[in-house]
Unconditional design. Structure first.
Length: 249
């Protein structure tokens, strides 16, 4: 595990964007796993800046997102497809046909999951996967469970996740937050050649410490990343404790 600890959110975002940009420059047709939430917004801004400066080309990049709310279509301003379009895809030269997000409008949950797994299988493994971390340790929307889920699944969101997302995204309207989501499984996340987990803000400090210095357990889904051979934890001083820095290889 590598740890990159920066003083501020902006610096951490820039470092995260640099890692993703380096991967794209090294392999222009690389496959990149993307995350949503408030954490990666600064990273996407920096990637858009690189593109506008002419130092980054997305024309051959393929992306796969981690998750989508069940019941929300891409036009809904709280859907993750909408988030990706407005924060990144609309501002760079990516071909949207090469950007994949689970289909939130597929009501048949089994079909939604098998369809997304078929897409992921056709992509093969990702070169780099960006992750945030939920307050309860979830990655994508893989909530704490009795076992690590390998494939795409339809998940019942935990109360804490619904509350967190209402506060951050749904203008506090908890009744409007969907209670279920489709999420890439942990098995596929673990197949990515490189995994970056980004965490910022004091609110993430305890869970990041638990995930990277505690036992590997499905009750803290992000803890599985301790077993990944090439994981980078990036964050600000508020979120990354000395204990996490000391746990780096
Ligand atoms: C949601 C997303 C996760 C994200 C998490 C944390 O639950 N599905 O992928 O990591 O939120 O969000 P934030 O970055 O806003 O703290």
């Amino acid at each position: 595990m590598r740890v990159i600890r920066k003083a501020t959110y902006e610096e951490a975002s820039k470092a995260c964007a640099e890692l993703i940009a380096s991967q794209i420059r090294l392999k222009p047709d690389c496959k990149v796993g993307l995350a949503t939430g408030s954490t990666p917004v600064g990273t996407y801004k920096a990637l858009v800046d690189f593109y506008k400066e002419g130092s980054l080309d997305f024309s051959r990049v393929v992306t796969a997102n981690l998750d989508e709310y069940r019941g929300l279509g891409g036009d809904h301003d709280q859907s993750y497809r909408y988030f990706m379009n407005t924060n990144l895809f609309d501002h760079v030269n990516i071909d949207k046909k090469n950007t994949f997000v689970p289909d939130g409008l597929e009501a048949d949950a089994v079909k939604a999951c098998t369809d997304y797994d078929a897409i992921l299988k056709s992509l093969g493994h990702l070169d780099i996967q960006l992750l945030g971390i939920g307050g309860d340790g979830h990655i994508g929307f893989n909530e704490p469970a009795d076992a690590f889920c390998v494939n795409t699944q339809c998940i019942d969101l935990e109360k804490q996740t619904i509350e967190d997302n209402a506060r951050l995204f749904f203008n506090g309207k908890i009744d409007e937050v969907p209670t279920q989501a489709y999420t890439m499984g942990i098995g596929y996340i673990m197949k990515s050649t490189t995994v970056i987990l980004m965490a910022t803000g004091a609110g993430k400090k305890d869970i990041v410490e638990k995930a990277f210095t505690g036992p590997v357990t499905p009750s803290v889904p992000a803890s599985i990343l301790q077993l990944h051979p090439n994981v980078v934890v990036i964050g600000d001083e508020a979120a990354i404790s000395e204990k996490v820095v000391a746990a780096a290889d």
